[in-house]
Write a protein that binds this ligand. Structure first.
Ligand SMILES: *Cc1c(COP(=O)(O)O)cnc(C)c1O
Length: 397
């Protein structure tokens, strides 16, 4: 019998749960795009965005998803034929590299697989081998949402500096921004891409590219930049429409304003700490389930796990069975296994993910964990007992 009636909960790693404050801020009549409130709110909005990114640099906003932000970052820094180094730790690392390839870049791929983070030593060696500095940028995913691997961006910057290599460091923080600690300036990141629908709690549709002075200089040195993707007028517009290369994403801006207010009210440090604690509860429960059954966390070392998303595996096809059961019986949607295909499991049916990014608190998370426990029981998937008690004790600590 289904118990899925009531408010559904989306526990996928983006789009994430939207706060009521964001939804109600968007529920309004069409605003004027030529004068008034919308125009006046922009300087504070961009200041608050750069504060979340921890940068004194600039931000360009695009009516786009994360893929658009990827392309925008590359369109402002590369010409066809330029080389980039892509250290990949999952599907999204490969994805950004594929966008670079499609723009005519030469992509040097360093594949770290799907279970361990980028090894700064190997990165340093690859950069040292690039004696004539063909590589213009390193494209690193801070959190690869497919594997839930957290990469050490400061360590990557240190490896680039140790190699004495001038490439730009570009970070994909689409999953991690406002979930896992990220310090753009302190960690030496030159370009960072993000999107509205994950830690920023706003519907999909806004892409962000943050860039520092070094990156602005790289942009200024290019022979040409696509007029639409050009970040310069978007970051420093003379007219309102230039922020967006055309009509503003009116309602998204009101939603984002509300989300940024919530982030400011809670405080980034408190938000990061909340995600650490909630992720700790997820991992504690998963460890107990796994003691007496097939459930496995994808990333063995907690220090290499994101606090925004957790990738897990059962035996195939139980990942898919569990997701289906939770959706139909519990009103909870878990994330699919993404990029986890193997020859034995060609549709990633063993893999699934729990999204715990953005607008999530302890009771919502305990609901997800309780629903998973019910699913493991109902589907007769062997699992250890006492997982919810363990998760509760993490939250109570
Ligand atoms: C979600 C995500 C993307 C892709 O974003 P879209 O909005 O789906 O285009 C890219 N990189 C990471 C790390 C992500 O989490």
């Amino acid at each position: 019998m289904s118990s899925a009636g009531g408010r559904p909960h989306l526990a996928i790693p983006g789009p994430s749960v939207m706060p009521d404050a964001v939804l109600s801020a968007m529920h309004r009549a069409a605003p004027n795009i030529y004068a008034g409130e919308l125009i006046e709110m922009m300087p504070q909005l961009t200041a608050d965005l750069t504060a979340v990114a921890r940068t004194a640099g600039q931000v360009a906003i695009y009516i786009a998803n994360g893929h658009g932000a990827w392309e925008a970052a590359l369109a402002n820094t590369l010409m066809p034929g330029d080389a980039v180094l892509v250290p990949a730790t999952g599907r999204f690392g490969h994805g950004w590299g594929e966008v670079a390839t499609s723009l005519g870049a030469q992509v040097d791929l360093l594949d770290f697989g799907r279970q361990v983070p980028i090894d700064p030593q190997r990165l340093e060696e690859a950069l040292r081998a690039d004696k004539d500095h063909r590589i213009k940028a390193v494209l690193a995913t801070h959190v690869d949402t497919s594997t839930s691997i957290l990469n050490n961006m400061a360590g990557i910057r240190a490896a680039m500096d140790a190699a004495g290599h001038p490439a730009l460091l570009m970070a994909d923080c689409i999953a991690s921004l406002a979930c896992d600690r990220f310090e753009m300036d302190a960690w030496g990141v030159d370009v960072m891409v993000a999107a509205s629908q994950k830690g920023l709690m706003t519907p999909p549709g806004l892409g962000f590219v943050f860039f520092n002075e070094r990156a602005a200089q790289a942009r200024a040195g290019l022979a040409r930049v696509s007029r639409y993707w050009d970040w310069a007028p978007r970051a420093c517009p003379e007219m309102f429409y230039q922020y967006f290369g055309g009509t503003a994403p009116t309602h998204h801006l009101y939603g984002l304003r509300a989300a940024l207010d919530m982030i400011a009210a809670e405080g980034l440090d408190a938000i990061w700490a909340r995600h650490v604690r909630l992720a700790g509860a997820v991992w504690a429960a998963c460890n107990v389930w796994g003691q007496d059954g097939p459930l496995r966390l994808n990333v063995a070392d907690p220090a290499h796990r994101s606090c925004a998303v957790t990738a897990l595996a059962l035996d195939p096809p139980d990942g898919t069975r569990l997701r289906d059961w939770l959706a139909s019986h519990m009103g909870v949607t878990l994330g699919i296994g993404l990029g986890m295909e193997t020859p034995e499991d060609p549709h990633s049916d063993r893999a699934f993910r729990i999204g715990h990014m953005g607008h999530i608190n302890a009771h919502a998370l305990m609901g997800v964990l309780g629903a998973i426990e019910a699913g493991l029981t109902a589907l007769e998937i062997p699992h250890g007992h006492g997982a919810l008690e363990k998760a509760s004790s993490v939250l109570a600590a």
